[in-house]
Design a binder for this molecule. Structure first.
Ligand SMILES: [Zn+2]
Length: 279
């Protein structure tokens, strides 16, 4: 197997590392996903992110997680599409390669102290709790168990309260195993982390959250699905059909992309072709 690339950026003394999990086509035509986008807007988005469209005009997505490594600790943001039997298996190109990406970045799942779950969509929680896999994604271990055995998993309380409308099956496959080991911590809005902080960015889902890392005027946002395609980077006002509350999502997106003059903002996104981009 070819060694995986785990690109990284630095914000002060913290390193933000991209952890590729998979690549695959979106499950419906992209014009349905962004019904208001014009031909000109698509053309501009395709110039900005040519890797996100295939020869047949289908939307090609990356699925990735991120690690934030600093002296204070090691955080993972999101958990990809997961192994072959994950909840995303019905539509995403499982198995993902997150275990190999972590190894390539020199990260042992045992040393991760915090996992931020941006939201409860299946392509973001895949490796959070696993059934038949050890930390290398190999040797079967039958009981559902947290893939990061020593981490606190952070989820917005508002997101958990919406689980029945988002995906009720995740109660048994994700929430209960994390509660059983005492590893689930519910947050109420913005919350400081050892490195950076969680920012509530609702709209895509009711309790969606992102992670902000800053050092002076150097800022990075690990976005989650605050934006999912370059067309929203160019036009943050564009609604995405799979947002639970498009108006709230737009406000969250515009608020996070709007930084003071003189500040440099970088975005770490799960689904764009390049892991790091600037608005
Ligand atoms: Zn997603």
């Amino acid at each position: 197997m070819t060694p995986m690339r785990t690109p990284a950026i630095r914000i002060g003394s913290a390193e933000i590392i991209a952890l590729p999990d998979a690549t695959g086509p979106f499950f419906s035509p992209r014009a349905e996903a962004f019904p208001d986008a014009t031909a000109e807007q698509w053309a501009a988005a395709d110039r900005l992110d040519p890797g996100a469209v295939d020869a047949d005009g289908r939307w090609l997505l990356q699925f990735r997680a991120f690690a934030i490594r600093a002296e204070q600790g090691l955080t993972v943001v999101d958990a990809g599409i997961g192994p072959a039997d994950s909840p995303a298996a019905s539509w995403a190109p499982v198995p993902g390669l997150l275990p190999q990406s972590l190894a390539a970045a020199g990260i042992d799942p045992d040393e991760v102290d915090t996992v931020v779950l941006t939201h409860l969509h299946t392509d973001h929680i895949g490796w959070a709790v696993v059934n038949g896999h050890n930390k290398y994604g190999e040797t079967p271990r039958p009981d559902p168990h947290p893939y990061f055995p020593n981490a606190e998993y952070l989820l917005q309380r508002r997101e958990l309260e919406a689980i029945d409308s988002l995906n009720p099956q995740l109660r048994g496959s994700l929430v209960e195993p994390l509660e059983a080991t005492g590893q689930l911590r519910l947050l109420d809005g913005d919350t400081p982390l050892r490195t950076g902080r969680v920012v509530a960015t609702p709209g895509h889902t009711p309790g969606h959250q992102s992670v902000l890392v800053e050092d002076g005027r150097d800022l990075a946002v690990v976005t989650g699905d605050l934006l999912v395609h370059a067309v929203q980077l160019l036009h943050p006002e564009l609604a995405y059909a799979h947002e639970v509350d498009p108006e709230e999502a737009r406000r969250s997106r515009e608020r996070m992309l709007d930084v003071e003059a003189g500040s440099v903002l970088r975005l770490a996104t799960p689904h764009l072709t390049e892991p790091f981009t600037s608005p």
